[in-house]
Design a protein around this ligand. Sequence first.
Ligand SMILES: *Cc1c(COP(=O)(O)O)cnc(C)c1O
Length: 372
Amino acid sequence: MQNKATNSGNVHTDTFLAQIGNHQNPVTGSINTPIYFSTTYEHPTLGESTGYDYTRTKNPTREVLEQALAELEHGAVGLATSSGMSALQLIFSQFPAGSQIVASRDLYGGSYRYFNELEKLGMYQFTYAATEADFEQLISTETAAVFIETPTNPLMTEVSIERIAAWTKKHHAQLIVDNTFYTPLIQRPLDLGADVVLHSATKYLGGHNDLLAGAVIARSQEVGDKLSYQLNTTGAVLAPFDCWLLIRGLKTLSLRMTRHEANAREVVQFLKESPLVKEVLYPGRGGMLSFKIKDQRLIKDFLRQLKTFTFAESLGGVESLITYPTTQTHADIPEALREAYGLTADLLRISTGIEAGADLVADLKQAFEYIK
Ligand SMILES: *Cc1c(COP(=O)(O)O)cnc(C)c1O
């Protein structure tokens, strides 16, 4: 399948996104990518193939998605996996036992849990960096890979991908960036020197809280081919229907991100003026923000009183969600450790949806009124 919009290379990202899968089927002219459920493909004759043999190896629907993912992140190879965690696992299948990895201190709780499991098995050794200075100090010739989130989750701290890439390159390590929070519309890590990008496509890329998916994009063909070989070997590929759902989600990514960000700004402005809020953590871009409430004993009533915001894990969908990392997304990080790096029990995280910003502010306002 040739993605014409991909190969033209001269359209804006918004146009590219809207056109994923279009102009590809000369026989039917279908505007939407067909969903190929077929697991196997007929061979014309001995020693020949249509290019498709077996769906774990290659599937026409997944191929359209994977080409789009590569194009979006400016990489050579894109891969669609069954979840963000399987994307992470795929990336970490590259390094030999005993490898040393440097990772961001403040991380998605599930990533931290996985790293701990790898360490317990004696696979890799992890060290964690909270600041750029820590990264500079910890990255050495012994380092196999550096794994970062920027902004971090849930403290929303940014680091310079370019600077970390320079230190990583100097020591011939691989720089991996979890770009779930910003998406390629705000930040393209591969352009800034990273080697591999991953996404929990469950979040912004899918965008509708109805799909579990992951994405891995490699800057070089060489690393991409290795990851692709590994994915075919282990099999955590994204199913055809889910590939189609993700393509459908991607078509509106740009519109959604604009609204997510506008709503985040409105909410941030309101929270900054609220007497019950101690601190607002927002890097100035994107649709994710956290805030610390004056008295953590108010959290239970506050969450119960919210009507438009949903108290739930996850982020990046059209519905606004509020999360309590301490008991939800980050419960697997030991309390003392969490508290030490600033993930305190008074912290709430918000993912602004695409509702009218005024309604989100009104909802927070009435809940604050109720608890004060
Ligand atoms: C959700 C999330 C993941 C894990 O992805 P799943 O799709 O839930 O498996 C990884 N990284 C970040 C930043 C996330 O938010």
